[in-house]
Design a protein around this ligand. Structure first.
Ligand code: DQA
Length: 145
């Protein structure tokens, strides 16, 4: 099964960015973890990051057109602002798992609302890079290979 793992704004800065919140592993390290777990689960991964909202929307659409079995998305701050991302996820009939490294509910109140959650199959947050592996496992058990 083909799975898209999409990362939004500022996640290219992992390893440098607020390390007390996000840890010291960079996105390349997370990609390695995710690819290893995906391989064990028999999944093929398309792993990407962009700082641009429109690009993220295009990739959600692309996942649908390429026949992906599911989508894991860490939308960064677009989680809290983007109705367009909500609509894009609604537009594609794919199981979508919303993912955050940090526990957004233990942080500032502006992070407590997500436009993505109502359109997602489920949400994983607070487990750091391990969340990417957990999300793959969640997809594997809800999606047939
Ligand atoms: C994040 C949480 C968001 O609130 C924040 O804007 C991010 C990262 C996370 O992975 O914990 O950029 O999505």
């Amino acid at each position: 099964a083909l799975v898209y793992i999409l990362n939004g704004p500022n996640l290219n800065m992992l390893g440098v960015r607020e390390t007390s919140v996000y840890g010291t592993l960079d996105l390349a390290g997370i990609e390695k973890l995710a690819r290893a777990r995906a391989a064990q689960l028999g999944m093929t991964v398309e792993f990407r990051q962009t700082n641009h909202e429109g690009v993220l929307l295009d990739w959600v659409h692309e996942a649908y057109h390429k026949g992906a079995a599911g989508l894991i998305i860490n939308p960064g701050a677009l989680t809290h602002t983007s109705i367009a991302l909500h609509d894009a996820i609604k537009a594609v009939s794919l199981p979508v798992i919303e993912l955050h490294l940090s526990n957004v509910f233990a942080r500032e109140s502006f992070r407590h609302h997500s436009w993505v959650s109502p359109a997602a199959k489920g949400v994983i947050c607070g487990f750091g890079p391990k969340g990417y592996e957990l999300a793959l496992e969640a997809l594997a058990s809800s999606v047939s290979a």
